[in-house]
Design a protein around this ligand. Structure first.
Ligand SMILES: [Fe+2]
Length: 178
C-alpha cells in the first residue's frame, strides 16, 4: 500500500504526542521503513536526477523533528560522530551502509581527548531503519552509492556536534552552523 511523506509525518507526530523517548523513536523507525520502500516517495525525493547532497523535506512546527533526504552518488565514508542533543534515525532507501557504533572509554575530563572502542558493526540494509539515541557515536561506510532518509530530533545545524578521530584519540566539538 502506498505510504506518503505526509502520512509518515502524521504518524511520527502521533507517536511524539504520546511519548518523546526512545520507544517512540523505535515506532517512528517502523513507520520510516514503510516510507523507504514507497516508489513514489523514492522517485520524488531520491530519484536518479538528484545530485549528491542533503535536503530537508519536512520540519515539524510543534515537535521540531526534521526529515532529510540524502543522495550520495558515489562511495564514501565518514568518521565517528554523534549529534549532541539530537536523536537521529537512519533509513536506507537504496543499497546499504556498514554502520559502526563506538563506545567512549574515557570520562571526558581532558579537553579534546577521547578513547573510543568499536562496540558493534553491522549492515544497515535497504529498507531498514535504525535509531541512534542522543550521544550514540556512529560512523558510516558507504561502499556503494546510496539514498537514505534521516529523521532528526531537531535542526542539527543549531546544535553542537562531536567528531572523533580514534587513531589520534581526539574529539572536536563542532559549533552550530546557523
Ligand atoms: Fe550521524
Amino acid at each position: 500500500m502506498a505510504y506518503s511523506l505526509k502520512t509518515f509525518c502524521e504518524d511520527a507526530r502521533a507517536e511524539l504526542k504520546q511519548d518523546t523517548g526512545p520507544e517512540a523513536r523505535e515506532r517512528i523507525a517502523q513507520h520510516l521503513e514503510k516510507l523507504l520502500v514507497d516508489p513514489d516517495f523514492v522517485a520524488t525525493h531520491l530519484g536518479p536526477d538528484k545530485r549528491s547532497g542533503a535536503e530537508t523535506i519536512y520540519a515539524d512546527p510543534d515537535f521540531d523533528f526534521r526529515v532529510m533526504a540524502h543522495t550520495n552518488r558515489g562511495a564514501s565514508n565518514n568518521t565517528p560522530h554523534c549529534h549532541g542533543p539530537s536523536w537521529v534515525i537512519y533509513g536506507m532507501a537504496m543499497n546499504h551502509v556498514e554502520m559502526t557504533e563506538w563506545k567512549r572509554e574515557d570520562d571526558g575530563s581532558v579537553d579534546g581527548h577521547a578513547d573510543l572502542s568499536v562496540e558493534r558493526k553491522y549492515f544497515l540494509n535497504e529498507g531498514e531503519a535504525h535509531v541512534y539515541n542522543e550521544g550514540v557515536i556512529h560512523s558510516l561506510n558507504r561502499p556503494l552509492e546510496t539514498r537514505l532518509v534521516r529523521v532528526t530530533g531537531c535542526d542539527l545545524n543549531q546544535t553542537l556536534r562531536y567528531r572523533y578521530d580514534p587513531a589520534k584519540n581526539a574529539v572536536k566539538v563542532l559549533e552550530p552552523v546557523g
